[in-house]
Design a protein around this ligand. Structure first.
Ligand SMILES: *[C@@H]1O[C@H](CO)[C@@H](O)[C@H](O)[C@H]1NC(C)=O
Ligand SMILES: *[C@@H]1O[C@H](CO)[C@@H](O)[C@H](O)[C@H]1NC(C)=O
Ligand SMILES: *[C@@H]1O[C@H](CO)[C@@H](O)[C@H](O)[C@H]1NC(C)=O
Ligand SMILES: *[C@@H]1O[C@H](CO)[C@@H](O)[C@H](O)[C@H]1NC(C)=O
Ligand SMILES: *[C@@H]1O[C@H](CO)[C@@H](O)[C@H](O)[C@H]1NC(C)=O
Ligand SMILES: *[C@@H]1O[C@H](CO)[C@@H](O)[C@H](O)[C@H]1NC(C)=O
Ligand SMILES: *[C@@H]1O[C@H](CO)[C@@H](O)[C@H](O)[C@H]1NC(C)=O
Length: 473
């Protein structure tokens, strides 16, 4: 009895020694699994990362593979490698220690089979940005997941929302840009209290944003754009104090920005454009860390909050096609490297804020179809980064600062339908990039500078309804 036991012990320790000193034995299964993966993903003819996967090498030395201390495959990291083929999940999920499978941004196709539910150790799964087809299988067994990226990968049908209900460790959930069947906002997500990144854009979510969204207080990013969300923005959203980015654009949202909104003081990116929102935008006056504010194509009324003039990080502001009234804060855009303003098609009054190009970075000024008065501030004549300058259909007057005509990068100048006077100067010869010059319906006078006919890029010119003279051609 004792002899046979020690004999067994010897055999066992010999086997262990053998396995330890040579990278096959137990690991030979893992080698086979990876070679199988290699042959499944060799559909692209171009050389790729898998060329280094050779039977003669240890799997732990393969590019993109990380092993644990025992020499078992723990991580497969092969995103953005132009890999093409069908994933053999039946074999991959036999890797007992696999906790990370990262295959985003490849050219993988075919279906994701229910074999995926054998990958029970996974903490990180990225199959996003591929070319899969069919619906996504139940993954309730993957209870340790912390990161789940399936965005932009062609999944259709009904997503197995139920699978998520116990995945309380999820920190990142990215399911957007998939043509799922229409669904109400999935309640299962509202239980995932550790979420800090939730990307559910463009994946056919309809109905209301549930008030319980306010319980996901670790959210930093909440992206729900391009869905069919309707009803009002719940006041509970004001509880998401950590939010840095909130994207709600292109939905069917109605009502006002809720009062609690002012509490989102960490918000830097806010976009609620292309909805049916109404009421004033005074709540955004409290969001002093905003870098980009996009509220265009809604029904907002009232004034642009004066506080926006003090926002130190603001670089992009789009409020076009609303019903806003009153003046713009005069210091708006003067603090950071300001880029774009588009406040067109409102009922705004008063002067054009003078300092939006103070840092010398501004590219677009769109203020058409309002009731702005006064002159074009001379500061813009030296704004050499400007590409688009459109102030048409306002009540602007005075002489156009000469440098405006010759902005070196400008492709479009539209000052039509105002009361500008004075000449178009020969500075125009410096506008080497100009494509479109509209100055009609003003009180411009003097001779049309001959240099205008030498501008090679100019394709659209309207100087009609002015007091200009001189020859054409
Ligand atoms: C891919 O691997 C299979 C199986 O090993 C092989 O038959 C096929 O020729 C390979 N194709 C390419 C493009 O390398
Ligand atoms: C989409 O998935 C990729 C990985 O495939 C990830 O890097 C990216 O951040 C995701 N996009 C969003 C908006 O979550
Ligand atoms: C989640 O956990 C509960 C309680 O343990 C269980 O009844 C339920 O079936 C689980 N859900 C899923 C999808 O596994
Ligand atoms: C929405 O997702 C579809 C794939 O389902 C994609 O083709 C489309 O480009 C996405 N739309 C936007 C605006 O990103
Ligand atoms: C906003 O903050 C104030 C003051 O901290 C608090 O009284 C109010 O309840 C908060 N609103 C929301 C919706 O969280
Ligand atoms: C500002 O808007 C422009 C044009 O849409 C974009 O290219 C740029 O990245 C934006 N900048 C920031 C900081 O969002
Ligand atoms: C000018 O703006 C008014 C509204 O302020 C609008 O009714 C009119 O159509 C606009 N004219 C042109 C030519 O765009």
């Amino acid at each position: 009895m004792s002899t046979s036991l020690s004999y067994l012990q010897i055999v066992l320790s010999l086997c262990l020694l053998f396995c330890f000193s040579l990278p096959f034995c137990v690991k030979s299964d893992e080698l086979q699994i990876l070679l199988n993966l290699k042959s499944a993903l060799n559909k692209s003819s171009t050389p790729n990362v898998l060329d280094s996967w050779e039977a003669a090498n240890s799997v732990c030395s393969f590019n993109g593979i990380t092993c644990n201390a025992e020499g078992s495959v723990k991580k497969i990291e092969l995103s953005s490698q132009k890999l093409r083929g069908v994933l053999p999940l039946d074999s991959i999920c036999q890797l007992q220690s696999l906790d990370k499978l990262s295959l985003g941004y490849n050219l993988l196709y075919g279906a994701i089979t229910k074999d995926l539910s054998n990958c029970v150790k996974l903490q990180y799964l990225d199959l996003g940005n591929n070319l899969f087809t069919g619906s996504f299988p139940d993954i309730s067994a993957l209870s340790e997941l912390q990161y789940l990226h399936l965005n932009g990968s062609g999944f259709s049908g009904t997503f197995p929302w139920k699978s998520l209900e116990n995945m309380t460790n999820l920190v990142v959930l990215s399911l957007g840009d998939n043509p799922f069947d229409r669904t109400p906002f999935p309640d299962e997500i509202l239980k995932l209290k550790k979420l800090n990144w939730l990307y559910l854009a463009n994946c056919s979510i309809e109905g209301k944003i549930p008030p319980a969204i306010g319980d996901l207080t670790d959210l930093i990013d909440l992206e729900l754009q391009d869905n069919y969300l309707s009803g009002e923005i719940p006041v509970e959203i004001g509880k998401l104090h950590k939010l840095w980015q909130l994207e709600l654009y292109r939905n069917l949202l109605t009502g006002k920005l809720p009062v609690g909104f002012r509490n989102l003081t960490n918000l830097e990116y806010f976009d609620a454009s292309e909805n049916d929102l109404e009421g004033d935008i005074s709540e955004v006056g409290y969001l002093s860390n905003l870098v980009s504010l996009q509220l265009f194509e809604n029904q907002f009324t009232g004034e642009v909050p004066a506080e926006l003039g003090e926002f130190k990080k603001l670089v992009n502001l789009s409020l076009y096609t609303n019903m806003l009234t009153g003046p713009l804060p005069q210091k708006i855009g003067s603090w950071a490297e300001f880029d774009f303003i588009d406040v067109s098609q409102n009922f705004l009054t008063g002067p054009i804020p003078p300092d939006m190009c103070k840092k010398g970075t501004m590219r677009g000024l769109f203020m058409l179809q309002n009731r702005f008065t006064g002159e074009i501030p001379a500061t813009y004549a030296s704004c050499t980064t400007l590409k688009w300058f459109s102030v048409s259909n306002n009540s602007l007057s005075g002489t156009v600062p000469t440098g405006i005509w010759g902005l070196p990068k400008v492709t479009m100048i539209d000052i039509s339908l105002n009361q500008f006077e004075g000449p178009i100067t020969s500075d125009i010869k410096n506008a080497k990039a100009i494509d479109k010059l509209l100055a009609d319906h003003n009180m411009l006078s003097g001779k049309i500078p001959q240099e205008i006919w030498e501008l090679k890029s100019l394709s659209i010119l309207n100087l009609g309804h002015n007091g200009l003279s001189g020859s054409i051609f």
